[in-house]
Design a protein around this ligand. Structure first.
Ligand SMILES: Cc1ncc(COP(=O)(O)O)c(C=O)c1O
Length: 402
C-alpha cells in the first residue's frame, strides 16, 4: 500500500539531486584523473592540531562543549570572525554573525527568509550549482546574469534590475564557482552603484575570498553596499569542510530573521565542532596555514593553465584564475561537453564537470566545463591536460562520429 512517491511535495519532486553525484561513480573508476570534484586539498587538513584542539576543548569545558548552545553560535567564534573582518577594514559586530552548518546552510536560510514561489531572483550565469538547486526549493523564477573576465556583466545586471522586480541576487565575487573569475574592483564599484538603486538583497557567497594567490586584493561587497549585502563565509576551504562550519554576515534585522529560521531547522550548529575549531584557531597560526595553501594552489593552477595553453586546441578558451580552485573552459558553440565527458572517461580517463548544471535556465553551457586543480599535483595535472587536450581535439575534429 505505502508508496512514498505519491506523497512527495511538489518541491521534493523537483529536486533531482546533485548532478555531481550522478557523475561521481564514474569519477571513482580506477585510473581516473579527476578534475570534477570541488574538494579542498586534504593534504592541508590539520589533523594533529585538530586532535590536540579537541582534547583541549573537552578537558577545559567538556560539559558545555557537549551541551546545547545558542542558535547564533559560539560567542567566542563569532567574535573571532568579527575581529578578522576588522583586520580587513570591515567593521562588523559579532551580533551580525550567525554560525551556520557550512555556508551552504546560509544559502538555504536566505531562501527560506526571502523567497516566495514565483519571486524573481537573479543568479550568475554560470553560477554555483548547489545554490541553484538550493534556491530552487523555494520556487523562484531565476534570471541569469552573465559573467566576463572582470566579473558580473554590469550592463546586463542593470537591464535585469530595471526590467524585473528582483528580490535577491546570488553572487560569488571572489574566484567564482565554477569559473574561477574574481570581480575586479571597478566591477564591484559599478555593480554597487547599480544595486544601491533598488531594494533587494545581494548575496555575497564568499568561501574562496581568502584563497587569492596572485593579483590585486579586492574588498568585500559589504564595503560598497553595507547591509544590502548578506555575506556567506566558510571554514571549509581554509580549515576543513568536514567540520561543516560557515557563517552569515548581515544587518541585525536580517540576522534575527535568519536566526529564527535556523532555530526551526537544526536549533544550532554543532557546538562541539565550533568549540574545537575555536580552540584550533587560538592555538595555531591560521594565516601561515592559508599562505601555504595559497602557494600550493598557485603551483597547481599554473600547471593547469600552462598545460591547457600547450595541449588544448586553439579554438578552446579558458579562464586564468587568480585564486580559488577552478578553471572554466569554453569550447566552440556546437560542442557538447556531456558527450565529451563520456568520451574522455572511456578513452582517456579524465573527469571534469560538464557546464550545463551551472546555468539556472537548464539549457546554456553545453559547450563549457569546469575543472578543479585543487587536489592533483602539478605532474598529474599536466598528464591530465595532455590527455584532455587529445580527447578535445579528436572530438572537435569529428564530434558526430564519437
Ligand atoms: C560558491 C560556494 N558557496 C558555498 C559552498 C558551500 O560550502 P560550505 O557549505 O562547505 O561552506 C561552496 C562549496 O563548494 C561553494 O563553492
Amino acid at each position: 500500500m505505502f508508496n512514498s512517491n505519491e506523497l512527495l511535495s511538489k518541491r521534493a519532486q523537483k529536486n533531482a539531486g546533485s548532478f555531481l553525484r550522478q557523475i561521481f561513480p564514474r569519477t571513482r573508476e580506477p585510473g581516473v584523473i579527476n578534475f570534477a570534484g570541488g574538494l579542498p586539498n586534504p593534504d592541508f587538513f590539520p589533523i594533529e592540531p585538530i586532535i590536540a584542539a579537541t582534547e583541549r576543548a573537552m578537558r577545559a569545558d567538556g560539559r558545555n562543549t557537549l551541551q546545547y548552545g545558542m542558535t547564533e553560535g559560539l560567542p567566542e567564534l563569532r567574535e573571532w570572525i568579527a575581529v578578522r573582518y576588522e583586520k580587513q577594514g570591515l567593521h562588523i559586530k559579532p551580533e551580525q554573525i550567525l554560525i551556520t552548518n557550512g555556508s551552504q546552510q546560509g544559502i538555504d536560510l536566505i531562501g527560506r527568509v526571502f523567497l516566495d514561489p514565483g519571486n524573481k531572483m537573479a543568479i550568475e550565469a554560470p553560477g554555483y550549482m548547489s545554490a541553484i538547486q538550493s534556491f530552487a526549493m523555494y520556487e523562484p523564477e531565476f534570471i541569469g546574469v552573465g559573467i566576463n573576465e572582470q566579473g558580473i556583466d554590469v550592463e546586463q545586471l542593470k537591464y535585469v534590475l530595471k526590467n524585473n522586480s528582483i528580490k535577491l541576487i546570488e553572487t560569488c565575487p571572489s574566484f567564482q564557482n565554477p569559473s574561477g573569475i574574481a570581480y575586479s574592483t571597478s566591477t564591484r564599484e559599478a555593480m554597487a552603484k547599480v544595486c544601491s538603486q533598488y531594494n533587494f538583497v545581494v548575496v555575497e557567497d564568499d568561501p574562496y575570498a581568502e584563497l587569492r594567490f596572485m593579483g590585486a586584493e579586492t574588498k568585500s561587497l559589504r564595503n560598497y553596499l553595507g547591509d544590502q549585502v548578506i555575506t556567506l563565509g566558510s571554514f571549509s576551504k581554509i580549515v576543513a569542510p568536514g567540520l561543516r562550519l560557515g557563517w552569515t554576515v548581515a544587518s541585525p534585522d536580517v540576522t534575527r530573521r535568519l536566526v529564527l529560521a535556523k532555530q526551526l531547522v537544526d536549533i544550532h550548529t554543532n557546538y562541539f565542532a565550533q568549540r574545537v575549531l575555536y580552540q584550533y584557531l587560538l592555538d595555531n597560526a591560521i594565516d601561515d596555514h592559508i599562505n601555504q595553501m595559497r602557494g600550493v594552489y598557485r603551483a597547481q593552477r599554473n600547471a593547469m593553465v600552462d598545460a591547457m595553453a600547450q595541449y588544448f586546441p586553439p579554438e578552446t578558451q579558458f579562464t586564468k584564475p587568480e585564486g580559488g580552485m577552478f578553471v572554466w573552459v569554453t569550447l566552440p558553440d556546437e560542442a557538447d561537453t556531456m558527450a565529451l565527458f563520456n568520451m574522455s572517461m572511456d578513452t582517456e580517463k579524465v573527469a571534469f564537470v560538464p557546464g550545463l548544471p551551472f546555468f539556472a535556465d537548464g539549457k546554456s553551457g553545453k559547450n563549457m566545463m569546469r575543472l578543479s586543480y585543487s587536489t592533483a599535483n602539478p605532474e598529474t595535472i599536466e598528464e591530465g591536460m595532455k590527455r584532455l587536450g587529445r580527447v578535445i581535439s579528436r572530438y572537435l575534429d569529428a564530434p558526430s562520429k564519437n
